[in-house]
Design a protein around this ligand. Sequence first.
Ligand code: F6R
Length: 347
Amino acid sequence: MKPTKDDVERIDREGLYKDYESWPEQAEQAMKIVVDLKEREVDKIVYCGMGGSGCAGDIIQDLSFNKQDIPPIFVVKGYHLPNFVDSSTLVLAVSYSGETEETLTALEDALKRNCIVVGLSSGGRLEKICVENGIKHVKLGKALTPRTALPSILYSTLIILSKLGYELVSAYELNNAIDTLRRVRSSIGVLNNLEMNEAKQIAYHLHDGYPIIYGTQEYRGVLIRFKNSLNENAKMHALVEVLPEACHNDIEAWYPSALNTRALFILEERDVKLKKRFDTLMELVEKAGSKYHIIYTKEDTLFKKLMSTLYLLEYTTLYLAVLRGIPPAPTPNITLLKNRIRLHQQA
Ligand code: F6R
């Protein structure tokens, strides 16, 4: 049943799907990084990264929400560091290519402010700046695009933080989540038929409408990441909404003349009030003449839930690209803009 492996290979000419297939091994590889860092007291952590390199920051911030003894984590997706950044701030400068202007500018600023800095990239100017300034640099694993390098970026960052004494996810749990990724892969891979493949089913559900995705606070980073991959892989716009906040605004937009929308719910039924909110939203979606699909997260820990949902949704964006007949790997508009900025800098 479509999209078949042949369909995927025909449309995904660059073979982005192979990068996705290697996520468990990519994470396993990242577990082996040797980070020789001295534990040093910091009182805040700032993660700087754009697009595919920024996503891990959102997820790390979500993971820190219920943790104790972890300094506050801020994510910067732009050129400028907040005013409070000083010499007791740990700055993680993350750019897969190592060439992203915003991240490089933030890195230079962190150096001027005497921050504790760690750089992560696959090479590029970021690595060069780190070497020249005697800063710890972690080389990220090989991938076709920054977004497909997510396990490498996320696992490397979590290991760096653990090494510094800020353990958000234990090594045991990181390893367990790799098994989870393997299990998820065996059900959503390109060879699995639509009937048994939830990623293909969600792709079908979303492919002819405007996706509106709902989830709870702990899935915020996963939701943002899904939106980004819908944009970059499937070349689609999408809207993400976090509960309970969405029940104070977005909920009103489910009006009987709603656009050609398709809702997707990442369901967490931890408490009765949250369930009421989800149920009411679903009822309103139906009344507005739209359709919804529900993802039930079955894993037993938050990290495994986040990883399995991320993986499911990434494959969904791949299948959506194929259903729409659009190669998922190239991002010509991002490239166009980066080239224009480069030319402007050289002028
Ligand atoms: C994702 C992607 C972009 C880049 C972003 C920043 O696959 O291509 O979102 O991640 O333009 O570039 P890097 O990650 O190289 O710093």
